[in-house]
Design a protein around this ligand. Structure first.
Ligand code: NAD
Ligand code: UGA
Length: 477
C-alpha cells in the first residue's frame, strides 16, 4: 500500500532543518511542512517579516521563504502539537562532540536526539515515520527505535502509536545548500520497512530523479554519512600537507592540484589548499568515526582518521606562526586586518572556523586585530574569541600604541587599512579578490605583508603595489 505523506514535522530549525524543509515545501506544495525548535529567538527570526533577519544566510533561501512561508511552510515552537499532527517527523537537531564522560572529546553527544525521540514517543499519533536527518553514529536508529517502542508499552493514550525509523542523512554544504538540495548528487535512504522507504522516496521524487535515490540498509546509511565527510576532510588535509611541502620546496600547490586533479581517478574537486577545514561537521564527524573505530577495537583505523584532524590543527597553527615570523618575530601592538571570519564564503556560520584559531593565536601574541566579514556579526566573533570588542583601538590617539591583544569589527573594510602592518585573507569572499592594492598600499605601514590563505588575490597587482605577499602553498614567489 502506498502511503501518502501530507504533514511533515522537522524538529530543529538550524542550518540543515531550515534550508532542507524550505526546499521540501517549495518542491512539494501538497505537503504541509512544520519546522519546530526549542529556541524561541531562532524561530522568531525565521518568522521575521524582514527576510534579511533570517537566522541563516544561504544564497536563494530568502526567495523560497518569501514564496512558501505561511502557505505550506511554518516555523514555530509548538513542538508537541506539530509532532501529533505529523505523519513523517525529521529529527534535525545538533549532535556535537561530547564534552564530558565516556567518549568525551570524540563521541557524539546524542542527548538532543534522545530528547526528540522521547517527545515523539509521547506525542505522536497513529503510524509515524521517524527520519534521522541529523548525522549520527552507526546504530543510533536502534536507540531511537527502542525509545519509541518501549514507551508505547506504558502508554495511557487510547491509540498506541506505531513507528518506523529511517536514516536519511543530509549532504548539503553550507553556502550552496539550496542548490545542493535542489540538485543533489544522491539522496540516501536507509531502512528496513519498504512502505516507509517508499513514502520518503515519493517525497523526494517530486524533484529528484529515481536513479539518484539510493536505498541501503540503515547501518550503511548512517556510516556512509560519516564516511563521506571523513573522505572530504581527508582531501583537504592531504592537499594542505602538500601545500606546506610546496612552500618548502619551490613547488606551487595550485599547479600540483591541477596536475593530480586531471587524473579522473582523483578528480579536481576539493583540492583547494586553504587555512584548514572548518565547519560544524568535519571535525566532529571524523572524531565520531575515530571513537567508533576504537570502540570496536580497530586502533589502526582510529589512528588513520585521527591523523586528518591532527594535520588540520597543525596547519591552522602553522599559518599563525608564519604570520608572526614574517612580521619580524613579533606582532605585539601591531595592527593586523583580518578579512573573513566565516568558515567558508557564502555563509554566516563560524563554527570551527580556522579564523577562530588563527585570530586567537595572533591575539595571544599581542596583535590588535581589525576583523571584517560580510555576513558574520560582531557579537558572534565576540562569542567565538571569548574577548569583548575594544572600540578604542579604532580611534587613533597617542595611547593606541599601548593596546595589545585587542580586536574590533570593521563595518567597512575599505576604510580601515590605515597604518596596518598586515592584511590576512581567511575566507574566500569574492569581494576580497577585487581590492584596489595601489590605494591600499598607500595606507599600510611599511614593510607591509599580505597573507592570502585562500589564493584569491591578484598576485601581479599586489607585487606591482610593492607589497610583500605570502600565498598558501606557494614556494615559487
Ligand atoms: P544547528 O545547531 O544549526 O541546529 C540544530 C537546532 O536543533 C537548533 O536550532 C536547536 O535549538 C534545535 N534543537 C535541539 N534540541 C531540540 C529539541 N529537543 N527540540 C527542538 N529543537 C531542538 O545544527 P545543524 O547545523 O542544522 O546540524 C543538525 C544536524 O545535521 C547535525 O547532526 C549535523 O551534523 C548535521 N548536518 C549538518 C550540516 C551543516 O551543513 N550544518 C550538513 C549535513 C548534516
Ligand atoms: C561539508 C560537506 O561538504 C557536506 O557534504 C556535508 O553535508 C556537510 O559538511 C556536513 O555534514 O556538515 P560544509 O562543511 O558546509 O559541508 O562545507 P565544505 O564545502 O565541505 O567545506 C568544509 C571546509 O573545508 C571549509 O572550511 C572549506 O573552506 C574547506 N575546504 C573545502 C578547503 O579548504 N578546500 C577545499 O577544496 C574544499
Amino acid at each position: 500500500m502506498n502511503l501518502e505523506i501530507k504533514n511533515i514535522c522537522c524538529i530543529g530549525a538550524g542550518y540543515v532543518g531550515g534550508p532542507t524543509m524550505s526546499v521540501i515545501a517549495s518542491e512539494c506544495p501538497e505537503i504541509r511542512v512544520e519546522v519546530v525548535d526549542i529556541n524561541n529567538e531562532r524561530i522568531n527570526l525565521w518568522n521575521s517579516p524582514n527576510l534579511d533577519d533570517l537566522p541563516i544566510y544561504e544564497p536563494g533561501l530568502k526567495e523560497i521563504i518569501k514564496n512558501c512561508r505561511g502557505k505550506n511552510l511554518y516555523f514555530s515552537t509548538n513542538i508537541e502539537e506539530k509532532i501529533s499532527q505529523a505523519d513523517m517527523i525529521f529529527i534535525s537537531v545538533n549532535t556535537p562532540t561530547k564534552r564530558k564522560g565516556i567518549g568525551a572529546g570524540k563521541a557524539s553527544d546524542l542527548k538532543w536526539v534522545e530528547v526528540c525521540a522521547r517527545q515523539v514517543a509521547q506525542f505522536a499519533v497513529g503510524y509515524t515515520i521517524v527520519v534521522e536527518k541529523s548525522t549520527l553514529p552507526v546504530k543510533t536508529a536502534e536507540v531511537i527505535k527502542t525509545i519509541l517502542e518501549s514507551s508505547q508499552k506504558f502508554n495511557s493514550k487510547k491509540e498506541v502509536a506505531k513507528f518506523d525509523v529511517l536514516s536519511n542523512p543530509e549532504f548539503l554544504a553550507e553556502g550552496s545548500a539550496i542548490d545542493d538540495l535542489k540538485n543533489p548528487d544522491r539522496v540516501l535512504i536507509g531502512g528496513e520497512n519498504d512502505q516507509a522507504i517508499t513514502a520518503l522516496s515519493n517525497v523526494y521524487e517530486n524533484w529528484v530523479s529515481k536513479e539518484k535515490i539510493l536505498h541501503t540498509n540503515i547501518w550503511s546509511s548512517e556510516l556512509a554519512k560519516l564516511t563521506a565527510n571523513a573522505f572530504l576532510a581527508q582531501r583537504v588535509s592531504s592537499i594542505n600537507s602538500i601545500g606546506a611541502l610546496c612552500e618548502a620546496t619551490g613547488a606551487d600547490v595550485r599547479e600540483v592540484a591541477r596536475a593530480i586533479g586531471s587524473d579522473s581517478r582523483i578528480g579536481s574537486k576539493f583540492l583547494d589548499s586553504g587555512p584548514g577545514f572548518g565547519g560544524s561537521c568535519f571535525k566532529k564527524d571524523i572524531l565520531n568515526l575515530v571513537y567508533l573505530s576504537s570502540y570496536f577495537g580497530l586502533r589502526e583505523v582510529a589512528e588513520f582518521w585521527e591523523g586528518v584532524v591532527n594535520l588540520n590543527d597543525w596547519h591552522q597553527h602553522r599559518i599563525s606562526n608564519l604570520i608572526v615570523k614574517k612580521l619580524f618575530g613579533t606582532v605585539t601592538g601591531k595592527k593586523i586586518c583580518i578579512l573573513g571570519f566565516a568558515f567558508k564564503a557564502n555563509t554566516n556560520d563560524t563554527r570551527e572556523s580556522s579564523a577562530i584559531k588563527i585570530c586567537k593565536d595572533l591575539l595571544e601574541e599581542g596583535a590588535n586585530l581589525f576583523i571584517h566579514d560580510f555576513k558574520v556579526e560582531s557579537k558572534q566573533i565576540t562569542r567565538d574569541l571569548g574577548i569583548a570588542e575594544n572600540y578604542e583601538i579604532k580611534i587613533k590617539s597617542e595611547n593606541s600604541s599601548f593596546y595589545e591583544g585587542e580586536w574590533c569589527f570593521m563595518d567597512n573594510h575599505i576604510d580601515n587599512y590605515e597604518d596596518a602592518d598586515a592584511i590576512v585573507v581567511l575566507t574566500e569572499w569574492h569581494e576580497y579578490s577585487r581590492l584596489d592594492w595601489d590605494s591600499i598600499a598607500l595606507k599600510l605601514r611599511k614593510p607591509a605583508w599580505i597573507f592570502d590563505a585562500r589564493s584569491i588575490l591578484d598576485v601581479k597587482k599586489i607585487k606591482k603595489a610593492n607589497l610583500n605577499l605570502w600565498r598558501i602553498g606557494d614556494g615559487v614567489s
